[in-house]
Design a protein around this ligand. Sequence first.
Ligand SMILES: [Zn+2]
Length: 185
Amino acid sequence: MKTQLASGRVRSRARTAIISILGASSLALVAAPASAQAGGGVSANDGGGSGGHTFPVRGRHTYGDGFGAGRGHKGQDLLANCRKDVVAARGGRVKVVDYEAGGAGNYVVIRGKRTGRDYVYMHMLDRIKVRRGERVQTGETIGLVGSTGSSTACHLHFELWDGGWYSGGRPLDPTRRLRRWDRSN
Ligand SMILES: [Zn+2]
């Protein structure tokens, strides 16, 4: 998918080295209302603290490309060593377990319990630990950090959608929430 980027940009991004472009990128930058960006008052589970969430990567990590990132990036990249545990930021029901060679790699979509939101985890190793339809708990391991699909370094690409992922919902900027869950861990 590098062909979709200017060559200079590819080089400049080489350190974070994260390229994950799913289909339907024309939906990329749907303007989010200020209320959603503020993160407060949307639901009881989205208030202060972790609000029933946990940070989705275990162990050391850094933040890579964020929401938008000049290329319709729909989530936040979390750089971590390969094989670190990826855990459910929020428990719920597993909607999708699939593989996309040119994009998401091995990925999982979980509908968060009582949130009306989809939580999406991409580029994991092929040892996905959950199945479609299964219920998982917050903090339960769902896979391992990898670099499958369109990715050049081990990282988790995390998305948070208000509503269904590519099924009526819209992507939220998850970064502030991630940092909050990170601090609460
Ligand atoms: Zn990404």
